[in-house]
Design a protein around this ligand. Structure first.
Ligand code: ATP
Ligand code: MG
Length: 244
Protein backbone atom coordinates (compact mmCIF):
# COMPACT_ATOMS: atom_id res chain seq x y z
CA UNK A 1 0.00 0.00 0.00
CA UNK A 2 1.49 3.39 -0.95
CA UNK A 3 1.34 6.49 1.26
CA UNK A 4 -1.60 8.08 -0.55
CA UNK A 5 -3.81 5.03 -0.27
CA UNK A 6 -2.73 4.55 3.35
CA UNK A 7 -3.82 8.14 4.07
CA UNK A 8 -7.21 7.49 2.52
CA UNK A 9 -7.64 4.33 4.61
CA UNK A 10 -6.94 6.47 7.70
CA UNK A 11 -9.70 8.91 6.76
CA UNK A 12 -12.64 6.72 5.88
CA UNK A 13 -15.07 4.13 7.17
CA UNK A 14 -14.72 0.73 5.56
CA UNK A 15 -15.20 -2.96 5.96
CA UNK A 16 -13.19 -5.78 4.43
CA UNK A 17 -14.23 -9.32 3.70
CA UNK A 18 -17.22 -9.32 6.06
CA UNK A 19 -19.10 -12.61 6.30
CA UNK A 20 -22.06 -13.28 8.56
CA UNK A 21 -24.22 -16.28 9.36
CA UNK A 22 -27.51 -16.12 11.24
CA UNK A 23 -29.36 -19.24 12.36
CA UNK A 24 -26.92 -21.35 10.36
CA UNK A 25 -27.61 -19.46 7.11
CA UNK A 26 -25.07 -17.43 5.14
CA UNK A 27 -26.35 -13.86 5.19
CA UNK A 28 -23.24 -11.95 4.05
CA UNK A 29 -20.23 -13.26 2.14
CA UNK A 30 -16.92 -11.42 1.77
CA UNK A 31 -18.43 -7.93 1.66
CA UNK A 32 -16.14 -4.91 1.15
CA UNK A 33 -17.31 -1.33 1.14
CA UNK A 34 -15.89 2.07 1.83
CA UNK A 35 -17.22 5.58 2.39
CA UNK A 36 -15.16 8.76 2.68
CA UNK A 37 -16.02 11.91 4.65
CA UNK A 38 -18.36 14.08 2.58
CA UNK A 39 -19.40 11.19 0.38
CA UNK A 40 -22.69 9.33 -0.13
CA UNK A 41 -22.47 5.61 -0.77
CA UNK A 42 -25.76 4.09 -1.93
CA UNK A 43 -26.38 0.51 -0.81
CA UNK A 44 -29.01 -1.32 -2.83
CA UNK A 45 -30.23 -4.82 -3.46
CA UNK A 46 -33.44 -6.83 -3.60
CA UNK A 47 -35.43 -7.55 -0.43
CA UNK A 48 -33.52 -9.93 1.81
CA UNK A 49 -30.17 -9.17 0.12
CA UNK A 50 -28.55 -8.47 3.50
CA UNK A 51 -28.42 -4.65 3.52
CA UNK A 52 -29.85 -4.17 7.02
CA UNK A 53 -27.81 -7.11 8.32
CA UNK A 54 -24.68 -5.39 7.00
CA UNK A 55 -25.63 -2.24 8.92
CA UNK A 56 -26.08 -4.37 12.05
CA UNK A 57 -22.55 -5.67 11.56
CA UNK A 58 -21.10 -2.21 10.87
CA UNK A 59 -22.68 -0.70 13.97
CA UNK A 60 -21.68 -3.63 16.18
CA UNK A 61 -24.97 -5.39 16.89
CA UNK A 62 -24.21 -8.51 14.82
CA UNK A 63 -20.83 -10.19 15.04
CA UNK A 64 -19.48 -11.41 11.69
CA UNK A 65 -17.50 -14.67 11.70
CA UNK A 66 -15.01 -13.08 9.32
CA UNK A 67 -13.90 -9.63 8.25
CA UNK A 68 -12.66 -6.33 9.62
CA UNK A 69 -14.16 -2.88 10.10
CA UNK A 70 -12.13 0.32 10.24
CA UNK A 71 -13.17 3.77 11.37
CA UNK A 72 -10.69 6.48 10.35
CA UNK A 73 -7.78 4.08 10.63
CA UNK A 74 -8.96 2.42 13.86
CA UNK A 75 -9.93 -1.25 13.77
CA UNK A 76 -13.29 -1.27 15.59
CA UNK A 77 -14.08 -4.99 15.46
CA UNK A 78 -14.02 -5.21 19.24
CA UNK A 79 -15.92 -1.95 19.84
CA UNK A 80 -19.47 -2.28 21.19
CA UNK A 81 -22.43 -0.51 19.57
CA UNK A 82 -22.17 2.30 22.14
CA UNK A 83 -18.43 2.72 21.69
CA UNK A 84 -18.80 2.87 17.90
CA UNK A 85 -21.46 5.47 18.39
CA UNK A 86 -19.20 7.48 20.72
CA UNK A 87 -16.51 7.35 18.07
CA UNK A 88 -18.94 9.07 15.69
CA UNK A 89 -20.94 6.34 13.94
CA UNK A 90 -24.64 7.15 13.72
CA UNK A 91 -27.38 4.79 12.60
CA UNK A 92 -31.01 5.26 11.55
CA UNK A 93 -33.51 2.42 11.35
CA UNK A 94 -35.81 1.05 8.68
CA UNK A 95 -38.71 1.17 11.16
CA UNK A 96 -37.79 3.92 13.60
CA UNK A 97 -39.07 3.45 17.11
CA UNK A 98 -40.02 6.75 18.68
CA UNK A 99 -40.28 7.35 22.43
CA UNK A 100 -43.97 8.20 22.01
CA UNK A 101 -44.60 9.17 25.65
CA UNK A 102 -41.83 11.78 25.65
CA UNK A 103 -42.04 15.33 24.38
CA UNK A 104 -39.52 16.53 21.81
CA UNK A 105 -37.57 18.29 24.55
CA UNK A 106 -37.52 15.15 26.72
CA UNK A 107 -36.39 13.10 23.72
CA UNK A 108 -33.42 15.42 23.21
CA UNK A 109 -32.58 15.24 26.92
CA UNK A 110 -32.73 11.43 26.82
CA UNK A 111 -30.49 11.40 23.73
CA UNK A 112 -27.95 13.62 25.49
CA UNK A 113 -27.92 11.43 28.58
CA UNK A 114 -27.54 8.15 26.75
CA UNK A 115 -24.82 9.40 24.45
CA UNK A 116 -22.18 10.95 26.65
CA UNK A 117 -19.90 12.67 26.05
CA UNK A 118 -22.34 15.22 24.68
CA UNK A 119 -20.60 17.77 22.46
CA UNK A 120 -21.41 21.07 24.17
CA UNK A 121 -20.86 23.12 21.04
CA UNK A 122 -23.75 21.39 19.36
CA UNK A 123 -27.13 22.14 20.80
CA UNK A 124 -30.56 20.74 20.13
CA UNK A 125 -31.67 23.76 18.10
CA UNK A 126 -28.70 23.36 15.79
CA UNK A 127 -29.37 19.64 15.40
CA UNK A 128 -33.08 20.19 14.78
CA UNK A 129 -32.35 22.86 12.18
CA UNK A 130 -29.97 20.56 10.35
CA UNK A 131 -32.42 17.68 10.38
CA UNK A 132 -35.20 19.98 9.15
CA UNK A 133 -37.30 19.47 12.29
CA UNK A 134 -39.68 22.23 13.21
CA UNK A 135 -39.08 22.62 16.94
CA UNK A 136 -42.11 22.56 19.16
CA UNK A 137 -40.53 21.54 22.44
CA UNK A 138 -43.64 20.39 24.29
CA UNK A 139 -45.12 18.35 21.45
CA UNK A 140 -45.37 14.60 22.12
CA UNK A 141 -42.97 12.67 19.92
CA UNK A 142 -45.76 10.12 19.43
CA UNK A 143 -47.90 12.80 17.73
CA UNK A 144 -45.31 13.40 15.00
CA UNK A 145 -45.88 12.13 11.45
CA UNK A 146 -43.52 9.69 9.73
CA UNK A 147 -41.12 12.28 8.31
CA UNK A 148 -40.96 14.32 11.54
CA UNK A 149 -40.24 11.16 13.54
CA UNK A 150 -37.33 10.43 11.23
CA UNK A 151 -36.16 14.04 11.55
CA UNK A 152 -36.31 13.87 15.36
CA UNK A 153 -34.27 10.68 15.46
CA UNK A 154 -31.81 12.12 12.94
CA UNK A 155 -31.51 15.27 15.08
CA UNK A 156 -30.67 13.07 18.10
CA UNK A 157 -27.84 11.55 16.05
CA UNK A 158 -26.66 14.92 14.71
CA UNK A 159 -26.49 16.16 18.30
CA UNK A 160 -23.42 13.98 18.71
CA UNK A 161 -21.61 15.44 15.71
CA UNK A 162 -21.28 12.08 13.93
CA UNK A 163 -18.60 11.50 11.32
CA UNK A 164 -20.49 8.77 9.47
CA UNK A 165 -24.22 7.95 9.39
CA UNK A 166 -25.76 4.70 8.24
CA UNK A 167 -29.28 5.43 6.97
CA UNK A 168 -31.64 2.51 6.47
CA UNK A 169 -34.35 3.43 3.94
CA UNK A 170 -34.94 6.96 5.29
CA UNK A 171 -37.27 7.72 2.36
CA UNK A 172 -39.66 4.83 2.89
CA UNK A 173 -43.22 5.96 3.52
CA UNK A 174 -42.49 9.54 2.42
CA UNK A 175 -44.27 11.45 -0.35
CA UNK A 176 -42.28 12.99 -3.21
CA UNK A 177 -42.04 16.51 -1.73
CA UNK A 178 -40.70 15.02 1.52
CA UNK A 179 -38.16 12.95 -0.39
CA UNK A 180 -36.94 16.14 -2.10
CA UNK A 181 -36.53 17.73 1.34
CA UNK A 182 -34.74 14.63 2.67
CA UNK A 183 -32.40 14.82 -0.31
CA UNK A 184 -31.48 18.42 0.68
CA UNK A 185 -31.04 17.47 4.35
CA UNK A 186 -28.65 14.64 3.48
CA UNK A 187 -26.73 16.79 1.00
CA UNK A 188 -26.25 19.49 3.61
CA UNK A 189 -24.89 17.01 6.17
CA UNK A 190 -22.49 15.74 3.56
CA UNK A 191 -21.46 18.98 1.85
CA UNK A 192 -21.27 21.34 4.83
CA UNK A 193 -20.32 18.97 7.63
CA UNK A 194 -18.38 16.41 5.59
CA UNK A 195 -20.29 13.53 7.12
CA UNK A 196 -19.93 10.28 5.21
CA UNK A 197 -23.30 8.60 4.59
CA UNK A 198 -24.17 5.05 3.63
CA UNK A 199 -27.71 5.16 2.34
CA UNK A 200 -29.90 2.10 1.84
CA UNK A 201 -32.55 3.05 -0.68
CA UNK A 202 -34.76 1.21 -3.14
CA UNK A 203 -35.55 4.25 -5.30
CA UNK A 204 -32.79 4.06 -7.85
CA UNK A 205 -33.72 7.48 -9.25
CA UNK A 206 -33.05 9.10 -5.86
CA UNK A 207 -29.68 7.36 -5.62
CA UNK A 208 -28.81 8.36 -9.18
CA UNK A 209 -29.21 11.97 -8.11
CA UNK A 210 -27.61 11.89 -4.72
CA UNK A 211 -25.06 9.05 -4.47
CA UNK A 212 -21.40 9.44 -5.40
CA UNK A 213 -21.10 5.69 -5.76
CA UNK A 214 -23.24 2.63 -5.27
CA UNK A 215 -22.68 -0.90 -3.99
CA UNK A 216 -25.19 -3.60 -4.92
CA UNK A 217 -25.79 -6.63 -2.71
CA UNK A 218 -27.58 -9.75 -3.84
CA UNK A 219 -27.93 -12.83 -1.63
CA UNK A 220 -25.33 -11.34 0.69
CA UNK A 221 -22.67 -10.76 -1.96
CA UNK A 222 -21.48 -7.59 -3.67
CA UNK A 223 -22.45 -8.06 -7.32
CA UNK A 224 -21.65 -4.57 -8.61
CA UNK A 225 -20.10 -1.30 -7.45
CA UNK A 226 -19.13 2.01 -8.99
CA UNK A 227 -20.82 5.19 -10.11
CA UNK A 228 -24.64 5.17 -10.22
CA UNK A 229 -24.49 5.31 -14.05
CA UNK A 230 -22.24 2.27 -14.21
CA UNK A 231 -24.10 0.23 -11.61
CA UNK A 232 -27.62 0.94 -12.84
CA UNK A 233 -26.73 -0.10 -16.36
CA UNK A 234 -24.90 -3.24 -15.21
CA UNK A 235 -26.73 -6.32 -16.58
CA UNK A 236 -25.97 -8.23 -13.33
CA UNK A 237 -27.90 -5.59 -11.38
CA UNK A 238 -30.84 -5.70 -13.77
CA UNK A 239 -30.97 -9.45 -13.49
CA UNK A 240 -30.91 -9.40 -9.66
CA UNK A 241 -33.26 -6.46 -9.24
CA UNK A 242 -35.80 -6.75 -12.00
CA UNK A 243 -35.70 -10.37 -13.07
CA UNK A 244 -34.77 -12.05 -9.74
N1 ATP B 1 -31.98 -12.11 13.24
C1 ATP B 1 -32.05 -12.87 12.16
N2 ATP B 1 -32.02 -14.23 12.24
C2 ATP B 1 -32.08 -15.01 11.14
N3 ATP B 1 -32.14 -14.53 9.88
C3 ATP B 1 -32.17 -13.19 9.74
C4 ATP B 1 -32.12 -12.28 10.85
N4 ATP B 1 -32.15 -11.00 10.40
C5 ATP B 1 -32.22 -11.11 9.06
N5 ATP B 1 -32.23 -12.40 8.67
C6 ATP B 1 -32.28 -12.90 7.28
O1 ATP B 1 -31.17 -12.34 6.61
C7 ATP B 1 -31.50 -12.06 5.25
C8 ATP B 1 -31.15 -10.62 4.96
O2 ATP B 1 -32.09 -9.79 5.68
P1 ATP B 1 -31.93 -8.21 5.70
O3 ATP B 1 -32.99 -7.69 6.59
O4 ATP B 1 -30.53 -7.89 6.05
O5 ATP B 1 -32.21 -7.86 4.18
P2 ATP B 1 -32.42 -6.43 3.49
O6 ATP B 1 -31.53 -6.41 2.30
O7 ATP B 1 -32.27 -5.35 4.49
O8 ATP B 1 -33.92 -6.55 2.98
P3 ATP B 1 -35.09 -5.41 2.86
O9 ATP B 1 -34.83 -4.69 1.56
O10 ATP B 1 -36.34 -6.23 2.80
O11 ATP B 1 -35.02 -4.53 4.07
C9 ATP B 1 -32.98 -12.39 5.09
O12 ATP B 1 -33.08 -13.66 4.50
C10 ATP B 1 -33.50 -12.41 6.51
O13 ATP B 1 -34.58 -13.31 6.65
MG1 MG C 1 -33.51 -3.93 5.24
Amino acid sequence: MNNTSKNIEDRCFYCQDVSLTLGGRNILSNVDLKVLPGEILGLVGPNGAGKTSLFEVLCGRYKPFKGKIFFNGVNIDKYSFINRSKLGLGRTYQSPVIPSDLTIEETFRAARKSYRPFKKTHDAEWAARLSGLNLTWDKQAGDLGTFDRRKLLLACIILRAPKYILMDEPASGLINAEIDELDLIIRRLVDEYKIGVILIEHRLELLSEIADKVTVLDLGEVISEGTPEFVFSDPKVHEAYFEG
